[in-house]
Write a protein that binds this ligand. Structure first.
Ligand code: CAA
Length: 240
């Protein structure tokens, strides 16, 4: 049961809840973060979960981090690519930097960390990869061509890697959360958010643990027949 899990963006929001759930399920967890030292320190203090600061969008930073984590804790057998940012704006107002930042962090991080952990999982004959996509990668969202492209890319990436990993005991699945009550969603203008919530049949924003429970299902030791799937957890907002 004591398999090692790396959760990117794992100290805040949905990622923090994923980290907590994996630890409660008996996993050894390392939660990565990129910027907010105070939140990471408070999270580590509260949970006893190890935290590691690196930019998941940088291949070099991931290379160093994976080497250090492996040396300290062992093989990463469970990988949750949760790190994500938004840089919303309509296309005319979107700069190339806003595009690059979202593609690198949200999609590039999946490539970086899957590539750097795949060999270890293959040697262990066990791997569980969960990539956190989004309803907005499935349905699109006004003001998010960058984010929708990155998240949609995650869904394709997941299905391709699932085919490569299957014969090595490595599963690769995606979760597509809807609008979940986190700092990221609270940053949406209130009038826009009110309209979005009005379109959620369940009638509320998601909670981070609604997503974390999905990660537990997909990373279970006996979940080896579930691969290449996308689990939509969105209160019925988009049935896909
Ligand atoms: N559909 C159609 N038209 C829309 C629209 C929509 N969804 N939203 C805005 N518009 C229209 C406006 O009515 C306005 O029209 P007029 O000029 O005729 O009045 C025009 O577009 C410009 O709108 P804004 O003045 O709001 O433009 P802006 O550039 O200031 O802001 C925006 C645009 C950044 C996209 C802002 O509306 C916004 O932040 N929207 C929310 C985007 C969103 O949902 N992001 C999700 C973040 S959470 C997340 O991503 C997590 C996850 O996975 C779910």
């Amino acid at each position: 049961m004591n398999k090692l899990a790396l959760v990117t963006g794992g100290t805040r929001g949905i990622g923090a809840e994923i980290s907590r759930h994996l630890k409660a399920a008996g996993r050894v967890v390392v939660a990565s973060y990129a910027g907010n030292d105070a939140a990471a320190a408070a999270f580590a203090e509260e949970t006893g979960i190890a935290v590691k600061k690196f930019d998941a969008g940088s291949f070099e930073a991931c290379e160093t981090a994976v080497a250090e984590i492996t040396a300290e804790f062992g093989t990463i057998e469970i990988l949750v690519n949760n790190a994500g940012i938004t840089r919303d704006g309509t296309l005319p107002k979107m700069s190339r930097d806003m595009w690059d930042a979202v593609i690198d962090t949200n999609l590039g991080s999946c490539f970086n960390l899957c590539k750097l952990t795949f060999d270890g999982m293959r040697a262990a004959k066990f791997g569980r990869i969960v990539n956190i996509g989004s309803i907005n990668g499935q349905a699109g969202q006004y003001g998010q061509v960058n984010y929708a492209a990155a998240k949609s890319g995650i869904h394709g990436f997941t299905k391709a890697l699932a085919q490569e990993g299957a014969r090595f005991g490595i599963t690769c699945n995606a979760i597509a959360p809807g609008y979940v009550d986190t700092d990221m969603v609270r940053a949406v203008p209130p009038d826009v958010l009110a309209k979005i919530i009005a379109r959620i049949p369940v009638g509320r924003l998601g909670h981070a643990d609604d997503i974390a429970r999905g990660v537990l299902f997909l990373t279970a030791d006996n979940a080896d027949f579930v691969t290449g799937s996308t689990l939509s957890i969105n209160g019925g907002q988009h049935m896909y």
